[in-house]
Design a protein around this ligand. Structure first.
Ligand SMILES: C[S@@+](CC[C@H](N)C(=O)[O-])C[C@H]1O[C@@H](n2cnc3c(N)ncnc32)[C@H](O)[C@@H]1O
Length: 258
């Protein structure tokens, strides 16, 4: 529940608006093309780490399906997200992929995949218990010899306050946003993304939205301990991308032993 310290405009579940009633604006906020370079990097990391064959991939927290729209060219993708509107966006983009409504901490599909991929949605794990639950979900769905790849937006050791902005248009509609990533309490395990979005329909701004998303911020050692406790053999690897400052971001590549 929102409490007395919650800034005005913040819903009980903080991502209700952007991933909820505004989900069909998502492609204007983050287009599928935006994910091309990073999807290639994730593909290479997955292929490098798992035992062949690597055909089936489960993505937890797949959102609008931006990464999946590229990964599906090489893998058979099953996409899980807890927001029905975001699954709808992804279904339109990726009709050939299987879509499942579920929470990455608890979903159980009762089958295994060659790989499990958890992109930025893992940042919504805001406690070590939540992170352990998501890692457990990845483990039970990863076949022996398979690989799980986790790509959090930030690590405790390398986190830096920053802002970014962007947006797109599709003719009739346009969206512009400012996102401010900062850490109100450096002693806890979270930081926040404060978003402001301007939505334009025709020649008029039809809506402004302010929304706070709370993200987990864990140390590398915590990640590696949680991955090992789940049964993975894991390591951190630098994330290499033309728009990411070298050394500023890491991903976790975890292999389920045979
Ligand atoms: C930024 S979007 C993901 C975009 C995605 N990486 C892509 O390639 O398009 C974040 C998504 O995480 C989802 N999410 C947040 N917490 C979740 C949870 N506990 N289980 C499943 N999905 C979750 C949200 O519903 C949202 O769709």
């Amino acid at each position: 529940m929102a409490n007395d310290d919650t800034p005005r405009g913040i819903a009980d579940r903080p991502d209700d608006v952007i991933y909820g009633e505004l989900a069909d604006w998502w492609p204007l906020l983050s287009s599928a093309e935006h994910y091309l370079e990073e999807a290639h990097a994730y593909r290479a990391l997955l292929l490098d780490a798992g035992d062949a064959p690597l055909r089936t991939v489960l993505e937890l927290g797949s959102g609008g399906g931006g990464n999946a729209s590229h990964l599906k060219l090489d893998f058979s993708m099953t996409l899980v997200d807890r927001a029905p509107g975001m699954l709808g966006v992804s279904r339109a983009l990726n009709p050939e992929c299987e879509h499942v409504l579920g929470d990455m901490r608890t979903v159980r599909l009762d089958r295994m995949f060659d790989a499990v991929f958890v992109h930025d949605a893992v940042s919504y794990m805001t406690s070590l218990d939540d992170l352990a639950a998501a890692v457990r979900t990845a483990f039970v769905h990863c076949r022996p010899g398979g690989v799980a790849l986790f790509a959090p937006d930030a690590l405790r050791e390398t986190f830096r306050e920053t802002t970014n902005c962007g947006g797109n248009e599709d003719g009739a509609r346009a969206l512009r946003y400012l996102q401010w990533l900062w850490d109100p309490d450096p002693t806890d395990d979270t930081y926040v993304a404060d978003w402001v979005c301007l939505l334009r329909e025709g020649r008029a701004i039809s809506r402004t939205v302010y929304e706070r998303h709370v993200f987990g911020l864990f140390a590398r050692a915590d990640w590696l301990r949680i991955l090992a406790d789940a049964g993975f053999v894991a390591r951190a690897r630098p994330f290499v991308h033309s728009q990411v400052e070298p050394g500023s971001l890491e991903v976790f590549v975890a292999r389920r032993p045979r």
